[in-house]
Design a protein around this ligand. Structure first.
Ligand code: ATP
Ligand code: ZN
Length: 313
């Protein structure tokens, strides 16, 4: 009997095929880890142009820009409640903090190819899971909001441990976010206006899109109830564009209304002393770039003139 395994051809998913195309075209570069890619100059040009387009659409709102580094203080992260909702996505930064004999053990473990990470201890830094997480404690520190509330324009690399062959599901990616903090009316008006603007902006780029209610991937059985509640109350909407699947289009923009969740958690107060409400609109920079490459092709010089004019005109 032939004991050799038969050569069964592995069926690649559409997502994986698109990833291969991106590697072959030199748009993304393989690093050996799913969801961690090098980006070409062309890819970055698209991101920059889209970033400028977002500024054009949101620029008159006078948002305060803040660029946080891609790490958040562990102390603040702990208080944020992220581990209750998304323990499966979080990434913590660990470092070697031992002495010389620990170092010897570490080197021996490395040499032996065994698990050397037991020598690592948690630092005071956690990788930022969403651009707005470091903002709320920063705002809380400034005291009560002015009567008009506040509006911020954030950008950060984010980390989520969701390794995947889908190029649109990265582990490290950039998120730009506008975050509105104020009364329920101010915050809801902001989200409504971006639901309109987001669709207008993306339609101008010649990509097919839909908007739908959504939920975050809350962990566990209790999380399922939170997810259902989020959907039923329409707290999260996504602007979806087919990137690797027609049936399951990719969330490229998100519109989230947190009600008083962060206001209560961080004790952010309006000028009337009420708990502030918050909402954010998030732009997945890589996902938008990938949607453009998907629909207009790998060669940006061959993209429709109308799209090129919007991005680089
Ligand atoms: P999904 O449902 O596809 O997992 P999400 O609900 O987790 O998306 P948000 O948490 O709302 O997304 O994040 C804001 C934006 O960041 C999303 O609209 C998306 O464009 C982008 N984003 C989220 N996760 C990823 C990822 N793994 N890789 C690339 N971009 C992402
Ligand atoms: Zn996600």
């Amino acid at each position: 009997m032939n004991m050799h395994a038969r050569n069964i051809p592995v069926q690649k998913s559409a997502a994986e095929e698109f990833l291969d195309q991106l590697f072959d075209a030199g748009i993304l570069f393989d690093t050996g880890v799913d969801g961690l890619y090098g980006r070409s100059g062309t890819f970055e040009n698209v991101i920059k142009a889209f970033d400028n387009l977002v500024t054009k659409f949101g620029g008159d709102d006078n948002a305060t820009p803040i660029h946080f580094p891609p790490g958040i203080a562990r102390r603040l992260f702990e208080k944020s409640g992220y581990m209750k909702s998304f323990p499966q996505l979080a990434g913590t930064v660990h470092s070697f903090m031992g002495g010389e004999s620990d170092h010897c053990t570490l080197l021996a473990e490395l040499e032996a190819g065994s698990d050397w990470t037991s020598q690592q201890a948690a630092t005071e830094v956690v990788l930022t899971p969403a651009a707005c997480y470091p903002l709320y404690p920063t705002v809380a520190k400034r005291g009560p909001l002015p009567a008009g509330g506040r509006l911020y324009d954030l950008q950060s690399y984010c980390f989520r441990h969701e390794p995947s062959k889908d190029p649109a599901r990265m582990q490290m990616f950039r998120m730009r976010e506008f975050v509105r903090i104020g009364s329920p009316e101010q915050v809801r008006a902001f989200r409504e206006s971006w639901l309109e603007r987001g669709q207008e902006m993306m339609a101008s780029l010649g990509v097919p899109l839909t908007v739908d209610v959504a939920n975050d991937p809350f962990f566990g059985r209790a999380g399922k109830m939170m997810a259902n509640n989020q959907r039923d109350t329409g707290l999260k909407f996504e602007l979806l564009i087919p990137v690797t699947s027609e049936e399951k289009p990719t969330a490229c923009l998100s519109f989230n209304y947190h009600q008083n969740h962060f206001g209560s958690l961080w004790d952010i107060r309006t000028s009337d002393g009420e708990e502030a409400h918050t909402a954010c609109v998030g732009f997945g920079m890589e996902r938008v770039a990938l949607a453009l490459f998907k629909h207009h092709g790998p060669d940006i010089d061959a993209w429709p003139k109308a799209v090129r004019d919007i991005l680089w005109g």
